[in-house]
Design a protein around this ligand. Sequence first.
Ligand SMILES: C[S@@+](CC[C@H](N)C(=O)[O-])C[C@H]1O[C@@H](n2cnc3c(N)ncnc32)[C@H](O)[C@@H]1O
Length: 242
Amino acid sequence: MEKDRLFAGKKEKKEPFQFNREVAEVFDDMLNRSVPFYWESIRRQAEITLEYYQDKSRVYDLGCSNGNLGLLILDRMKDRKFTLIGVDSSMPMIEKYAKRLRENHDQKPVRLVCGFLEDVKIQNASVVLINLTLQFIDPQKRDSVLTRIFQGLNPGGILLLTEKTVHGKQEFNDLQTRFYKKFKLENGYSELEISRKREALENVLCPDTVETHEKRLKQAGFESIDLWLKWFNFASFIAVKK
Ligand SMILES: C[S@@+](CC[C@H](N)C(=O)[O-])C[C@H]1O[C@@H](n2cnc3c(N)ncnc32)[C@H](O)[C@@H]1O
């Protein structure tokens, strides 16, 4: 696995953060060192997918990146018949995912789409996953993304949503920010790398509060919502369409 040294160089890059080839090359190391409980979270999402999957329906992974979650789902679903649709706007990520599929899961029913998730029609879905991706979508479009997901889900289907969040109360927001920085320092990022990445992500990653997510999920039509995993500023929701 290539080490993430993207923000460690002598020359500071001033461009906004993008999921380009450079990022795709070091993505797993970046996730390991900057997303608390990343593997635990996606492992459980794959298991929840297995529980809620309805025969002959589709699973959508919106913002699928290089396929970590998709590959776990393939593993858990074993011989069950299903279609997994992975959508990502980054071609380097889709290429990485496709390569992994060729190497490990040649015959599996995965359709990869390089495009914007806002444009994807959701149909006959029993599980929709958006893992750490809604935060990159224009905030004005987030309501309609969730409404379209709700409409495309079959009754009994679920949305699994994981996001980096902010806290509405200053005291807890500060606490979350400090502990998140501590987590990254403990994982070998320097103060300089942390502050450069924060700048690069400004106006690119726009987090909401947990309350905003819950309100949006309710407005989209979901009646049954649970926050099943929370670590300071990271939150994972399950929302069921009744
Ligand atoms: C933090 S990564 C997601 C991680 C991934 N879901 C996982 O479980 O490992 C965010 C992904 O969303 C993609 N993305 C950002 N905006 C998008 C959009 N409008 N439509 C589709 N994908 C998008 C990026 O290219 C990137 O691969």
